[in-house]
Design a protein around this ligand. Structure first.
Ligand SMILES: Cc1cc2nc3c(=O)[nH]c(=O)nc-3n(C[C@H](O)[C@H](O)[C@H](O)COP(=O)(O)OP(=O)(O)OC[C@H]3O[C@@H](n4cnc5c(N)ncnc54)[C@H](O)[C@@H]3O)c2cc1C
Length: 395
């Protein structure tokens, strides 16, 4: 039992996709793992549009039909002047049911041998000789301290674990999006289509999405760049105006709000005895705001490095830094390219967005693709075309 055990190989703070993936992979390799989650339910509240690509999900798991609310194969863009452009995604995407998905990821970790404890709120680290050696927290009103060779900060966008350890995790206001989403029902939607509304009037510096969960239900949300937060109009006002215009008869089942760090990954993801994964390390794709798959990927890479470090010469920064290198090799280079693309496209005026929509509308439908779209978007800044080509074609 976790409360009788004083020390673990790894303690993971946070039971989202990144933390559960780390816990599973580390436990499968024989490490003793304790995962501590502050909420009483893993995966709840769901602060997410729940969109993932089939290819991304398959890096980790065969998609389970229980996780999938809708399968997506088309995309619809709506420009500020309401020009509508549709095209085939040329790949499959899903809208998940994250309550089930996140539960299953935690269950996989548990089956692999990790101990999972909910209602365990971590409020500090144990640091000795500049090394992180454990965590302090409260579980159902009782204080506790646990020691670990490696503490993993998987505590999401509002992460404090890295900061407590002295890592720089601050995100610039312009790189923090304010997100709001309502899951609504009583509407008619195309259950196989991602809808994106691009305009400063709908979501300045971000986008508004309609992600179907069946034929009559959808996650409808938006994220606004911090760049425009100073203008003072709250995200919920933008969303309410959109719903009143487009889906006046929708019934709202759930409302969630949350930050999306569309930032560069933190410069230092590790220190002696500590690793950061997922949103805590700012691994979200800066263009799409998608953080589920990058978070899981960082959890996997961190766990692989942790296993090697603990089986060899110990959890020093020198050994753990391999994780940073792997992240930059596998996901990080694209992450930086996406960041540069985001820096340009999120500043487009509505006139520029209309121009881009017209550009893609003039391309025959069977030749339209995300690569084509982003190539048109980047055409004003030729240096971006290389980034666009690399992220979409891998060349
Ligand atoms: C409105 C919105 C829409 C989004 N839409 C999408 C989308 O469609 N697709 C996509 O891929 N991504 C989307 N994202 C981003 C995605 O939700 C995150 O990137 C993803 O959940 C990150 O996973 P994680 O494991 O790093 O963190 P999280 O899933 O946030 O998990 C962190 C966990 O840590 C726990 N925790 C925090 N502090 C403590 C503590 N002190 N002690 C113990 N536990 C703690 C939290 O309770 C939480 O369970 C969206 C985000 C928002 C806000």
């Amino acid at each position: 039992m976790w409360n009788e055990q004083k020390e673990f190989d790894c303690i993971v703070v946070g039971g989202g996709p990144a933390g559960s993936t780390f816990a599973r992979v580390a436990a499968e390799s024989g490490l003793s793992v304790l995962l501590l989650e502050k909420d009483r339910d893993i995966g709840v509240p769901v602060r997410c549009g729940e969109a993932v690509s089939d290819a991304g999900l398959r890096i980790f798991h065969e998609p389970d039909p229980r996780w999938i609310a809708s399968t997506i194969n088309r995309i619809k863009l709506v420009a500020p002047n309401e020009t509508v452009v549709e095209f085939d995604l040329h790949q499959k995407g899903y809208i998940l049911d994250r309550r089930i998905f996140d539960y299953d990821l935690a269950e996989f970790a548990s089956i692999a041998g990790a101990q999972i404890v909910t209602k365990a709120y971590i409020d500090g680290l144990i640091i000795e000789d500049d090394k992180v050696v454990g965590v302090k927290g409260t579980h159902v009103g009782e204080r506790f301290e646990k020691r670990a060779k490696i503490v993993v900060g998987a505590d999401g966008v509002e992460s404090r674990v890295g900061r407590w350890a002295g890592l720089k995790t601050t995100v610039k206001l312009k790189d923090m999006e304010c997100g709001i989403q309502k899951t609504v029902t009583g509407i008619d939607v195309d259950e196989h289509m991602f809808d994106f509304y691009l305009s400063r009037k709908w979501a300045p510096g971000g986008y508004l999405w309609v992600f179907p969960k069946g034929k009559h239900k959808a996650n409808i949300g938006l994220a606004i760049s911090g760049l425009y937060a100073k203008d003072g109009k709250a995200a919920h006002k933008f969303l309410d105006e959109f719903l009143a215009w487009k889906y006046p008869n929708a019934s709202v089942l759930t409302t969630v709000v949350g930050g999306v760090p569309v930032a560069k990954t933190v410069k230092h993801m590790v220190m002696d005895g500590l690793m950061l994964v997922g949103d805590a390390a700012r691994t979200v794709n800066p263009v799409t705001g998608g953080g589920i798959i990058p978070g899981m990927r960082s959890g996997l890479l961190a766990a692989e490095t942790a296993v090697k470090a603990l089986k060899n010469s110990g959890p020093t920064r020198k050994n753990l830094i391999q994780y940073e290198k792997e992240w930059h090799k596998i996901g990080g280079k694209n992450h930086e390219r996406f960041y540069r693309i985001k820096e340009t496209i999120f500043r487009f005026t509505d006139d520029e967005l209309n121009r881009i929509a017209n550009g893609i509308a003039n391309v025959p439908e069977d030749s339209r693709s995300l690569l084509k779209l982003f190539t048109i978007a980047a055409s004003k800044k030729p240096s971006l075309l290389i980034d666009v080509a690399r992220v979409f074609t891998g060349i």
